[in-house]
Design a protein around this ligand. Structure first.
Ligand code: UFG
Length: 328
């Protein structure tokens, strides 16, 4: 298939591009490189641009025969979305609707959408199944839910096929060590713990030690980025006109912040300097996926089923790329 991947130079996007190419798909990447990295993708396949540049995208669709779009391009920082919601509604909703309009114009009716477990907000129980209430607690989650709903309506009305993939906590790096996680203003637990162990970042702050969990810290479901990438390829190959899929992608196992720290220490052989800190606003105590539907419908199975294995790939990436892609 000829596939356009928006946001394809980002963390999950670039791993998906790699997985698509490994399966023989013909891939183009559209990314503004605000958070993406040109080194993460084949540069002869990269178009640098914003989602808002409708005329450029229109020209691209006129000159290329695209069968499907995988749409990652979005801002994805929960805290920032609370302080600057307009950035999120404009890019993640308004500009995405502009993209969907172009897809309508060019008769491209297959979409895989990068969604998030943030659509659930604080779940009534875990593990989370897809039918649970969708009550996002921040603008980021609301923007993801709005596009899920738009896709559902478009699919009904225009006979599109779509898959909205709700990721839990993406982690790790490619097994071959070529690409990995390199966020400006890193805020995620695993890279921050590793970088603290390497002495590149200050001691890790443990956000909240009084949650109603066995060790008092938050529990999350960490899923390897290559397993996420594989699910995108499988979803793309599965959807046809009329397919409506909203699927959780997680390992189905939860680990606390303290367990993550202990595992980083075991994998790296170094101590992770940490300090206990107040809760971070908007953090649910526990988010764990029930990924049964993705397994049954797509035939997907996470290949990484152990946190240490996931962290091993992240450790390899960070220790060989101490300055991320700029190390190359
Ligand atoms: N944490 C710390 N210290 C840090 C960073 C994180 O204790 O320095 C804790 C957080 O409080 C949380 C856990 O580690 O309990 C994981 O935090 P991350 O920032 O790594 O990931 P989140 O669970 O906050 O974010 C993920 C996705 C988002 C998604 C969100 C939904 O990355 O895209 O889940 O809640 F929106």
């Amino acid at each position: 298939m000829q596939v356009l991947v928006t946001g394809g130079a980002g963390y999950i996007g670039s791993h998906t591009v790699k997985a698509l190419r490994a399966k023989g798909h013909d891939v183009w990447i559209y990314d503004n490189l605000v958070y993406g990295h040109k080194q993460a993708v084949p540069q002869d396949r990269l178009l640098v641009g914003n989602l808002a540049e409708i005329d450029r995208l229109d020209h691209f669709f006129v000159t290329h025969s695209i069968d499907a779009v995988i749409h990652f391009a979005a801002y994805a920082s929960v805290g920032e979305s609370v302080h600057n919601p307009s950035k999120y509604y404009l890019n993640n909703v308004h500009d995405t609707l502009g993209l969907l309009e172009l897809l309508r114009k060019h008769h491209i009716h297959r979409v895989v959408f990068s969604s998030s477990c943030a659509v659930y907000g604080i779940p009534p129980k875990t593990p989370i199944t897809e039918d649970m209430p969708k009550n996002p607690i921040n603008p980021y989650g609301r923007t993801k839910l709005m596009i899920e709903q738009a896709l559902d309506d478009y699919a009904q009305a225009y006979e599109w096929g779509y898959a909205s993939l709700r990721y839990f906590n993406a982690a790790g790096a490619s097994r071959d060590g070529e690409i990995g996680e390199d966020h400006r203003n890193e805020g995620h637990l695993i890279p921050l713990a590793i970088l603290a162990a390497m002495g590149q970042k200050p001691p890790l702050q443990i956000f909240g030690t009084d949650y109603p969990t066995p060790d008092g810290t938050c529990i999350r479901d960490y899923i390897h980025v290559e397993d996420l990438a594989l699910a995108h390829v499988m979803a793309l190959e599965k959807i046809e006109a009329g397919t409506h899929l909203n699927l959780n992608l997680g390992m189905g196992k939860g680990y606390s912040v303290r367990e993550v720290i202990t595992t980083v220490e075991a994998v790296s052989g170094r101590q992770v300097p940490c300090v206990e800190a107040a809760r971070r606003i908007g953090d649910p105590a526990e988010l764990v996926a029930d990924p049964t539907q993705a397994m049954q419908i797509l035939g997907w199975q996470p290949r990484y089923t152990d946190l240490a294995e996931i962290i091993q790939t992240a450790w390899k990436w960070h220790s060989t790329h101490p300055h991320g892609f700029a190390s190359q």
